[in-house]
Design a protein around this ligand. Structure first.
Ligand SMILES: [Zn+2]
Length: 419
């Protein structure tokens, strides 16, 4: 006996649910990692096709955003034609290159953006409507095998709707036993990239980390001039000020006639320069994260980034891109123990040698203890305090026989911060 329509639909829904649950179970033992693959040897025709994808994504995005109430519904992803505003008035545009999965991805992105806007509003932050995009820089490719495929033996990738298989650079980085998941097609001034999310077996990743791990724990203080200061005195900064070249280009741009060919040319160069700065930042962050993996435990102040953003450092914090590193610390926390210390702990006011508390103005970079007379860099002092608070909290938890939720660590093994 065959299924009738309703039974088929519920059967389909059940199967989807089952697959989702199975994936969720697998993910518990996996760690995500993003790999960047650069599309190589693009012909003019290839570039045009790819360019069209991003253009259509922008049309769709802006069309929906222009009238969310009426245009965002369960059928939005089926749109094959949209209207866009041009200097000459409204014009119709066909959506041909974007596949239905890609359109779904764009629609989901709009929903996500609306949600975060709503959350911000609830917190009392003044926000307007969702704004139009002058450019869409990435296209979500959700289901591996449908929206894109990796042809490893050929060193190529395939993108849904485009016949050609693109040669890519960087495939060798992806470990054999990783599971490929969603990806993003990314447009940068230097070319087109595929950012692939891979899931690696957690056990193996941890094993790899443990090979180079020391028994030393570390405390981290987040700052503006140096984004990270460690309790062992090391400091890291990935704030790269705007380059001289960028300033020169910006000056040049101001002299060009807006919209002219030369104007566009300089604008492209500026974008390239930003990409360069951005890459350098990312590079330093990568190095910092891999350096942090050698510690047996990381202590950091909870929500410290958030508290700055709300406060007076807002813009500076955004420029340093410190937000990005906290997300990565969260991933790191699934691999090595990370303890978050309450953000209201007076970590800068206490002497990390004797515990004496005293006031210290923000401008003062050195902590000079009025009790024991020791002098120490302000941020290093904070980092040491953060570590001490974390270790004490952990020891208390062990003493009170409460389960320690950060893995198989025994606090006695750690060398306590020297006093
Ligand atoms: Zn002291």
């Amino acid at each position: 006996m065959g299924y009738n329509r309703v039974e088929m639909r519920t059967e389909k829904a059940r199967k989807i649910r089952e697959t989702l649950n199975a994936t969720r179970r697998r993910r518990k033992n996996q760690v995500p990692k993003v790999y960047q693959l650069k599309l190589q040897n693009l012909s003019k025709e290839d570039e045009e096709k790819l360019c069209k994808l991003f253009l259509e994504a922008k049309w769709l995005y802006n069309y929906v955003v222009a009238d969310v109430e009426n245009r965002l519904n369960s059928n939005t992803w089926k749109l094959k034609e949209v209207e866009i505003k041009t200097p000459k008035g409204l014009e119709r545009r066909e959506i041909r290159q974007l596949s239905s999965q890609m359109r779904q991805g764009i629609v989901e992105r709009i929903k996500r953006n609306l949600y975060s806007l709503k959350r911000a509003k609830e917190k009392g932050i003044k926000v307007g409507k969702l704004s139009f995009k002058s450019e869409v820089r990435s296209i979500p490719l959700k289901q591996y095998g449908i929206t894109y495929k990796v042809l490893k033996d050929k060193n190529r990738i395939k993108i849904q709707g485009i016949k050609k298989e693109f040669r890519v650079l960087g495939l060798h980085q992806i470990p054999k036993d990783s599971e490929l998941a969603e990806a993003q097609l990314v447009k940068k001034p230097s070319g087109y990239y595929l950012h692939v999310v891979c899931y690696l077996p957690k056990e193996k990743v941890i094993e790899e980390i443990k090979k180079n791990q020391t028994k030393e724990p570390v405390g981290i203080d987040l700052g503006i001039k140096y984004q990270l200061t460690l309790s062992n005195g090391e400091k890291f900064s990935w704030y790269i000020p705007e380059t001289r070249r960028l300033k020169k280009l910006q000056k040049e741009l101001s002299r060009k006639q807006k919209g002219s060919k030369n104007y566009q040319k300089v604008k492209e160069q500026i974008k390239k320069e930003w990409e360069y700065i951005h890459n350098k930042r990312k590079d330093t962050q990568n190095k910092v994260i891999s350096y942090l993996k050698k510690f047996s435990l990381i202590a950091i102040q909870k929500d410290s980034v958030k508290s700055w953003k709300e406060g007076l450092f807002g813009k500076q914090v955004q420029n340093t891109g410190i937000g990005g590193i906290t997300a990565r610390l969260k991933t790191l926390a699934t691999l090595i123990p990370v303890i978050f210390v309450d953000r209201y702990e007076p970590t800068s006011k206490s002497c990390s040698f004797c515990g004496y508390k005293q006031k210290i103005p923000l401008s003062e970079r050195t902590f000079r203890c009025k009790n024991c007379g020791r002098e120490i860099d302000r941020d290093v002092n904070s980092a040491r305090n953060i570590l001490q608070i974390a270790l004490k909290a952990l020891a208390d938890r062990v003493k009170s026989a409460l389960p320690v939720d950060c893995g198989e660590v025994t606090p006695v093994e750690w060398s306590i911060v020297p006093r």
